[in-house]
Design a protein around this ligand. Structure first.
Ligand SMILES: [Zn+2]
Length: 438
């Protein structure tokens, strides 16, 4: 804690000036890029000596404020003196920097803003950093918010994103829904005007605004009268449809980010750039600079990592990964491997090697090949391969729950033809009654 030495040497006198301030005491501010907590104290005429009182843990938290964090300030209306700042550091926690009232009551320790209080009674005076530091306190406190359970149902007029922003005032719900449906529906391409969307979700409200992430419990997307349901399953924090299929796909679409396809899947043959005669191209080539990371597209076991005949021939340095249900993926012409070898277990998205130009190639790229039951298949259709759904007792239990969830969201959509409704306790009771009657 070398910084504290510097703070201890900070001996400038502090003067509280009685500037005229506007009447609005609470304001929302943005934490400037690269501003430290020390800078913030100095800017507010608070002696950084206050930092010396903190334990290491609290002191460490002060460094975790993200650039552009939105935070609240409460200032004295007449003097402009900072009375209280609430600065979020995580979804659940915030830094509370507050001024202790003159009668030594810690009235600003509250997680939200306190009752009105004015410094006007205090005589402006010169004070030492020691005196000034005693007037403030820093604590890490929980963020106080309220959770509301809401339902939304609307027909799409423009796009899901535009319409939901208009209805909810922000992008949070559409971002969440697009992540849930990511492997099934392309929101931009597949959704048409008059398709509809419904969701039942929890939203947090802090100081009058939506705060943090939204938790979607149930949703449906109705495309040309066909409803694709998504129900949250707490046990694995994942979404399943009404027949127990996961919304996740077994594979990610490509083994490499930001790469251009230079040669597609042509099982019927293409003119080979080096051999000079027609040969089938059983994979897809992604061009990328040497050293670009290559990831396994699915969970599996490495069957081979090395050079098959020689590193100058054919595939060069290649990784072969075996997946469930007879799937196999190959990543060829690599420059090198990550820490894997034959027999290693790999997860979807795990680094397995780096792009190169080993073997027979015309430039650095990864040749990505997919086989199913031993035969080649088009790698660009991988996205549609669904991960295994629920099985046995898990499936039975889920389907029972899904029946109720489906009845609820269908009912909500029927009753609430457009916009957001806050679900009341009466609604929940009614749904419970309906569920037990069935
Ligand atoms: Zn190729």
């Amino acid at each position: 804690m070398k910084n504290l030495l510097k703070i201890a040497l900070f001996t400038t006198l502090f003067l509280i000036t009685a500037a005229q301030m506007e009447a609005n005491q609470v304001s929302e501010q943005t934490w400037q890029t690269n501003m430290t907590f020390y800078d913030y104290l100095v800017a507010n005429n608070i002696a950084p000596l206050i930092l010396a009182e903190l334990d290491d843990e609290t002191y460490g938290e002060l460094k975790t404020i993200g650039d552009k964090t939105q935070f609240y300030e409460h200032r004295d209306a007449e003097t402009g003196v900072l009375l209280h700042a609430l600065i979020p550091i995580r979804e659940e926690q915030q830094i509370s920097l507050y001024r202790i009232a003159p009668n030594d009551e810690e009235i600003y320790a509250a997680q939200n803003f306190p009752r009105a209080y004015s410094l006007a009674a205090e005589e402006p005076k010169k004070e030492t950093p020691q005196e000034n530091a005693k007037k403030y306190k820093i604590e890490i406190v929980p963020i106080k918010y309220m959770i509301v359970n809401e339902t939304l149902h609307t027909r799409i007029q423009n796009s899901i994103q535009v319409d939901l922003r208009e209805i909810t005032g922000n992008n949070k719900l559409s971002t969440e829904l697009s992540a849930i449906y990511d492997t099934r529906v392309d929101f931009r391409r597949d959704v048409q005007r008059n398709d509809s969307i419904a969701a039942i979700y929890d939203r947090k409200i802090r100081l009058g605004r939506t705060w943090g992430a939204i938790l979607v419990h149930s949703a449906f997307l109705e495309l040309r009268k066909n409803r694709i349901y998504a129900f949250y399953r707490q046990e694995d924090e994942a979404y399943y449809d009404d027949i127990g299929n996961t919304l996740l796909s077994m594979f990610i679409e490509r083994p490499i980010e930001y790469a251009r396809v230079t040669s597609g899947y042509m099982p019927g043959g293409r003119m080979h750039p080096i051999y000079g005669y027609e040969r089938p191209h059983l994979g897809v080539d992604f061009a990328a600079p040497t050293g670009t990371p290559v990831y396994s597209v699915g969970d599996g076991t490495v069957r081979f990592a090395g050079c098959q005949k020689s590193c100058d021939q054919g595939y060069g340095k290649v990784v072969v990964v075996e997946h469930r249900n007879g799937w196999e993926t190959r990543y060829a012409h690599l420059n090198g491997f990550s820490k894997i070898s034959g027999g290693s277990r790999v997860k979807q998205g795990q680094l397995i090697g780096y792009v190169g130009s080993s073997g027979v190639t015309t430039g650095s790229h990864v040749h990505f090949e997919v086989r199913k039951g031993g035969g080649p298949t088009n790698p660009l259709s991988l996205r549609n391969v669904r991960k295994d759904g629920l099985k046995n007792e898990e499936k039975v239990a889920f389907l029972k729950k899904a029946r109720d969830l489906k009845a609820t969201i269908d009912y909500v959509a029927l009753k609430n033809s457009n916009g957001v409704t806050r679900l009341s306790a009466t609604f929940h009771n009614e749904m419970k009654k309906r569920a037990t009657q069935n």
